[in-house]
Design a protein around this ligand. Sequence first.
Ligand code: HEM
Length: 391
Amino acid sequence: MGNTKGPHRVALFAGAIAIGAATALTGVSPALAAPVNVAGGSLDWGFKASFRAYIGTGNGTPPIAVSDGATRNSDGTFDFASKGGKYDTAAGTATVNYKGTVVFSYPAHFFQITLANPTLVVDGDGTGSLLADVELVNGGAVASDLEQAEIASVVTTAPTVTGGDISFSNLASTLTASGAAAFAGFYAAGSDLDPITATASAEETTEPTDPTDPTDPTDPTDPTDPTDPEPGNGSASQTIKAAVTGGALTLTSAGSNVALSAATPGQTATGALNSVTVSDLRGTNSGWDLVGQVTEFSSTGGGKIPAANLGWKPSAAVVDSSLVDAAGVSNKVTAGNPVAPGTGLGASRTLCSAETGSSLGSSTCGAALELGIPESSAAGEYSAVLTLTLA
Ligand code: HEM
C-alpha cells in the first residue's frame, strides 16, 4: 500500500437556475411633502403589565372591560382604533387620536379607573407624549377626572414609512406626574409603562379645492397663454409609483475548484467549499433549497474513493444591505445538517435553505469539506464533481 503526497481535487460545479417572474408588485406612495390627515390605524398599548395583573386577580366583573373602539389583544394589551389626527413624514411629527375605553375595576379595593381616547404626540425630536382621558373613582366618588392629560412621556423614533402610512414600534413610555396622580400615587412619576406600538394611514383623497377661491390652484389658467399668470401661492403634490417586477432565483459560486489538503490513507483530507450566493429576487417569498451531491472520486491510476466518504459542515449567512427592509420582512437562511465522511455526499444533502415567508433577498452558503481516505486507497490524485442544485 503506497502513500500519497499529492493533493486530492474536488471540482465544483455550481448550477444556476433562473425562475421567471411570476408576479408584479406595485407600490404607490401618496404625496408626503405636507402634513396629511389620518384616516386609519391603531394604537397598541397595555398601560402597565403589572397593573393589568393586579387588577386581573381582583373581583371586578369583569376586572378589565373594553368598549367604544378599544379591543383586547391576545397578549392582554389593548388596541385602540384611530379617529383622526395629522402626521408629517418629512418633519417626523405626528398627533394621532385614537378612540376606545378601558375600565379597570377592583370593587374589593374600592376603586375603578377609566382610561380612554389615547392620543399619541410625536414631536420629531425623539420625544413625545401620550395623552388620555383618565378618571379615578375611589370609594364611589370621583377623585380625579383628567381630559386629554399627558399621562405618559414617550421616547420616540422616526416612523417607519410604508407606502405613505407610518408606524412606530415598541416606543418606551414612562408615567408623568399627572399620570401618577390619576393612579392615586400608587406609582411614582417616571415608572416604566408598557411600550407603545402605533400605526396611522393617510386619507386617500386630497382636500377639496374651492372653485371660488382666487388663489385656488385649480382656478383655470391657460398654460398656453404666456400672459396668464400662475397662482402665487399653493402647494403641490406628486404621486410616485414604482412597479416592482419579480426577478430570478439565482446561484453564483465564488470559484469552481477546491483543492483539499494532502492526506495518507486512513486520514482525512480537508478544505472549504467555494462560497456560493443565492439571490431570491422573485418577490414571492416562497422559499428555496440548495442541495449538493458528489460523484465518486477517481484517480488517474484507476483508484476509486466512494462519494459517501465526502462529508461537510455547512454554514450560511444573510447578505446585509444598506437599504431598509419594510417592517415585518425577515430574510433568514438555515445551514444544512453536517454529514460525516462515510455517510456523506453520495446522497443529496442540504447545504442551506430558506423557508417560505423568509426568503426575500440574498444569502451566502459555504461548507467545510472532509474527505475520509479509506486505508485501502491507492496513492494518486483523485477528483470528483460536486453538483449544487437550487430549487
Ligand atoms: C384608589 C384606590 C387604589 C388604587 C388606585 C390602587 C392602585 C394600585 C396599584 C397601581 C398597585 C400596583 C400594582 C402593580 O403594578 O403591581 C396596587 C397594588 C396593591 N394594592 Fe391597590 N389601589 C387602590 C386601593 C387599594 C386598597 C383599598 C387596597 C387594600 C384593601 C389595595 C391593596 C393593594 C395591594 C395589596 C397591592 C399589592 C398587589 C401586589 O403586589 O400583587 N389597593 N394598587
